[in-house]
Each structure stands twice: as C-alpha cells, then as structure tokens.
Design a protein. Structure first.
Ligand code: ATP
Ligand code: MG
Length: 587
C-alpha cells in the first residue's frame, strides 16, 4: 500500500476527553474515529490491526478445536426473559421493538443465543463436547463509556461457549482455554497475569480473568510476592488477619457514647483497636423488577466492605447507598447501627438500662464478614441514638449469615502461602468461566446421555475483548511520541519513507525497496506523500510501525537508514544490506 492513497487522517491534537495514551494515539494515529459516545468507526489502519488481532485469536482457537460461527447481533427478548437476565442485566441492555411490536435486545453477550443453537442441533452425548465461538459486535449501554476502545458501548468481543456431558469434561476444556488464551496474549506481546475472578451472583463455580498489567487499568489486582497467587480485588482472599492489640474485656452492656458515630471516634473514645469494633455498612440492595431491601453488612472496624462480594452475598443486582430517611424508615439509627438482636440480651440482663422494645424486633437482613466469626469483646452500635454495646459476644447470636465480605488490603497475608499481598492495576482482556447448567437448565437445553436420559448441558464460557485489545496493547507499548506496535499486530510491519518524493533517485530507490520487501513477504507501506521529511517521520513515530527504511539525502552515497521504532535507533546501511537486515529481523 501507498500512504498517498490510503485514508490515514493523522491529527496533531488529541480529543479533549482523551486521557489515556491508547485513546490519544488511536485517534491521532488515524486508527479510529468517534461517532457517538462509546461508538467508533475503524479506519483502514484500525481495521487492519483489528484483523490481525482477530486472526491470532482465530488461529489459536481453531487449533484448540473450537469452531467459529456468527450469531445474530439482534437477539429476541424472549430468550432473555427465559434465562432471567432480561431484568438482571439492568440498564446496560438496550431493549427495543420492531414494527410488529416484537421485543429485542442488542446482544451484550450471547449465552442465551448459543444455548438456543445447541438446543436445536445437539441432542446426543455423541455430539459432545462442542466449543463454538464468534468474533462479533456487542452492545452494552455502559454507564460511563470512556477511554476510547477500552470501554465502548459498541465493541467487538470473541465469545465462546462449550457444551459438555459432565463437569469433569467442562473443566478439561476450561483448562485448555486458559492455555489457549495464554498463547493468544503472548503472541500479541502482552505482559499479563491470569487472576482468580468474581463469578458474579448468577451461577458459575470458577472463573479466571486475563489482566494486562498497566497503571491505567480499571481493575485492581491483588498479587502475592511469595507465590503465584493473583486475584481480582473483587474476589481476592487473604489469611484471616490477627491482632496483638489488647481486647476490651467487658460485660455485655449499653454504653453512653453521645455524638460518637465513626470508627475513628469510637476507637479514640474507648482506647480500643478497630479490630474490636463492629463496622456496620448499610446498603440498599436492588433485585429484579426494582425490588429492594435494606441490608446491614458487618465487618471488623479495620476492614472495608468489598461491594462485589457484598452484592453476591445477598444475590442483589446492585447495591446503592441508603439514605438516612430510608434507614430510619426501617427503624435504624444512622451512626449507631449494630447487629440487631444483641440488644435483647442486654435488655434481659439484670440491672441493665432500659431498652426500646421495638429496636429488638427490627426486620433487617444482616450479613457478617467471616472475620467476625466467634468474635468476642466487641463494641458495636446499639441501634439506639447515642448508645453503643460493649462486651458483645457474637457467638451468642443464632443463625448468623457469615461470608467473605472484606476487601483484601495491601500488606495482608496470602491465603496460599502467607506471603505479603500487594495491589497492581490491570486491564481485563479476557474472562473464562465455568458456567455449569446456569443457562442450559432454564432454557431447557438437554441432550440424551448413554442411558437415554435427558440431561442439561454442562457449559463453559470464554470471552476476549478484541477491540479493547488494541487499546491494551498500546497501553503497554508506547512512548511520548506515539504507539509502538508489536510486530504481530502492527498495522504494517514496516514503512519505506521517501525523504523527498521530488527527488527522482530517492523516489525510484524507495519504490525498489518497497517491491523487494513485498516480494519477501513483508507487510509494508510506502510513504510516498509529497510532504516534508520531518512531517513523515512524526507520522511514523505517532502511528508506530515497528520499522522504517528512510531513503534520504545520503542515498547519494548509496546509504539509507534502518530505524527501529522501539529504540529509535537509526543505522546507516547500504540499500541491499538494509533490506536484507529488515527481512531477517521480521521473518
Ligand atoms: P468489565 O468488568 O471491564 O466491564 P466484563 O466483566 O463486563 O468487563 P465480560 O462480560 O467478561 O466483561 O466480557 C468479556 C470481555 O469483553 C472482557 O474481558 C473485556 O475484555 C471485554 N469488554 C467488556 N466490556 C467491554 C466494553 N464496554 N468495551 C470494550 N470491551 C469490553
Ligand atoms: Mg462490564
């Protein structure tokens, strides 16, 4: 291809809202063009990179035995209603009707559609296992589309779905997909970690995410300094923290704590380590059809609530902050909330101060963090203004719901080896998921097993953010001048830059080199534009082709320059030698 003929609208200025290098360079380099919030056109260079990414994904998946299909982008709402996700998916799902009033959604993911397909054509265990994938458009009406291709509303995903007769076989495929994804991301020159991930409230037993390490990543990953353990903060576990702080031993009682409402104030007031304070976080949990309830989450005072864990604990679609009015409406006293039944024990104690009978019967859902299991000598809110309870022993309360709610913090000890945990940032480019029968069951997708018995498919699902990968690659491969594409996904492997196109000798040599490289199988672009030399070099650096051969003034002595975009190193070589070395480097 010739630069002069290609549509490569490079720009001097970055879009106003662009903060990430990938966003800035993809737009400035003429790869993409924004049409609307979170919706982008791919221009010729962008399409070319996209196709290279696609090809790598396809080659590795096909080699692993997956089969490519292409499903409708517009999907019938009925399927979503059957699976229960029509409500669950919330505002990200774009719903609409056709002229006949039939309801549809733009596919944000395709579990329902793929299960429907298997249901139609797979009826016997003899047809299993089966792994189908597509590389196709997705639409999610994201709350905050941003960072260019990183979080679009319309984007391209590879989504794969596997069908199995049993769990064991599904896990075999899950492991194969993990290995395949590792190959894919390695071929793209990415530095990534495979991390344990949140499987969400809706089904699924195990899941792993592929995180490209980058400071600009939206995900926080917890990594162990001592072993291989790595997890998304939404799922990260830790060893239960211990404390050397002295326990505030006391008999169960109410204590007057006027105006003391925060963990810090309480800690100071009682001279007590927050380890012995019960932190109460009240949230409004939102369920299907807008149903909601107030939930109290309890943790030790030095822990923070992990909201994804908390939402999963109660099976909520979302947790939102509860207003003071909403808390008061169910009888809670903001600033003095605590495990509600404790007060009854105080009330029952001889000589204890009077308590409000109605406070003992609050009907509020409570969930406790594991760290509070059998906790003694605790101080917590009394559910009464200006009072806390001291000497609380949580083991006296019956039927409490304990689960992991606390956010793993830097410096915590690793669950696997006890090593020190720390945070790092990542961009999620892939997610693999052990689904089980979460979709096959409600959608009635079954096969006949060896005994002729109908059983639901056991499934796995596997996603890759194909368009997001363009951004992820640049986040790891750029400098202050522009992108630096790894060879495997570069828009062109090399560019031949003719310094002055009006100079016949330069022009002719440029053409010759260009043809020689083409013949050698190099994906090469000829920059034959009638532009200043400096301008062309700037474009080379901005766009980020891995190599350039510059045909300039020194051609008079038979010399050209071989430029490496990564190191910006320039080597003066005779024409033949430059071509030979470039071909050798690339092949
Ligand atoms: P995120 O947490 O980033 O919103 P997700 O968990 O919703 O991602 P999945 O449903 O697992 O994502 O989708 C599979 C892959 O699709 C993700 O790993 C990611 O790479 C990509 N992806 C998801 N949402 C977007 C988006 N809005 N824009 C671009 N790529 C996306
Ligand atoms: Mg998402």
């Amino acid at each position: 291809m010739r630069f002069s003929k290609m549509l490569i609208p490079t720009l001097k200025e970055a879009p106003k809202d662009a903060v990430l290098p990938s966003h800035i360079y993809l737009v400035r380099g003429g790869f993409i063009h924004q049409v609307a919030s979170g919706i982008y056109d791919f221009l010729p260079l962008g399409k070319k990179v996209l196709d290279k990414v696609r090809t790598i994904v396809k080659e590795e998946l096909d080699a692993a035995g997956s089969q490519e299909v292409q499903l409708g982008f517009v999907t019938p709402a009925e399927l979503w209603k059957k699976s229960g996700r029509y409500e669950k998916y919330g505002a990200e799902l774009l719903r609409f009707e056709d002229r006949k009033g039939n309801e549809f959604v733009l596919g944000p993911t395709h579990e329902e559609m793929m299960v429907e397909l298997a249901k139609q054509f797979v009826s016997s265990y003899k047809q299993l296992p089966l792994n189908l994938y597509q590389i196709n458009l997705k639409f999610r009406d994201e709350a905050r589309p941003r960072f260019g291709l990183m979080r679009g509303r319309e984007f391209i995903m590879k989504d794969g779905y596997s069908f199995h007769a049993d769990r064991e076989d599904m896990i075999r495929e899950f492991n194969l997909m993990e290995a395949t994804y590792r190959k894919i991301f390695t071929r793209m020159g990415l530095d990534f970690r495979v991390v344990e991930a949140d499987s969400g409230a809706i089904g699924g037993e195990g899941s792993k995410e592929f995180m490209v390490l980058a400071d600009s990543g939206e995900d926080t990953i917890v990594v162990c300094e001592g072993c291989e353990y790595a997890a998304n903060i939404e799922a990260a576990k830790r060893k239960r923290p211990e404390t050397e702080a002295e326990a505030p031993e006391a008999d169960l009682n109410k204590f007057h704590t006027p105006g003391i409402t925060t963990i810090e104030d309480l800690s100071r007031f009682f001279y007590v380590d927050p380890h012995y304070l019960v932190k109460t976080v009240a949230k409004k949990a939102i369920y299907d059809e807008g149903r909601s309830e107030i939930v109290l989450f309890f943790l030790r005072g030095n822990d923070e609530l992990q909201e994804v864990k908390a939402a999963n604990a109660v099976g909520a679609n979302e947790l939102v902050d509860a207003s003071e009015e909403e808390l008061e409406a169910v009888g809670l006293v903001p600033g003095y909330m605590g495990p509600v039944d404790l007060i009854r024990n105080v009330g029952a104690m001889e000589g204890a101060p009077p308590y409000h009978e109605e406070r003992a019967h609050l009907n509020v859902r409570m969930v406790f963090d594991e760290g509070l299991k059998d906790a003694k000598n605790m101080i917590c809110g009394a559910n009464e203004k200006d009072y806390h309870i001291v000497g609380a022993d949580l083991s006296v309360l019956k039927d409490l719901e304990f689960t992991d709610l606390a956010q793993t913090q830097e410096g915590d000890a690793c669950v696997k080896c006890g090593g020190k945990l720390s945070y790092t940032k990542g961009i999620e480019v892939g997610h693999i998921f052990q689904l089980g029968t979460r979709y096959s069951e409600p959608l009635g997708a079954t096969f006949l097993d060896q005994n002729g018995k109908a059983r639901p498919f056991v499934m796995g699902t596997y996603g890759i953010g194909v368009s997001r990968l363009l951004a992820a690659v640049i986040e790891q491969h750029h400098d202050e001048r522009g992108s630096i594409w790894p060879l495997s996904v570069a828009p062109f492997e090399a560019v031949v830059i003719v310094g002055n196109i009006k100079d016949e000798a330069q022009k002719e040599t440029g053409e010759t080199i260009y043809r020689q490289l083409l013949d050698a199988g190099v994906d090469v672009l000829l920059d034959d534009r009638a532009e200043r030399f400096g301008f062309k070099m700037k474009d080379f650096e901005l766009i980020g082709f891995p190599y350039a051969i510059v045909v300039g003034k020194r051609l008079a002595d038979g010399m050209v320059e071989l430029v490496n975009r990564q190191s910006l190193e320039k080597r003066e070589l005779p024409v033949e030698e430059a071509v030979r070395q470039l071909v050798e480097t690339i092949r």
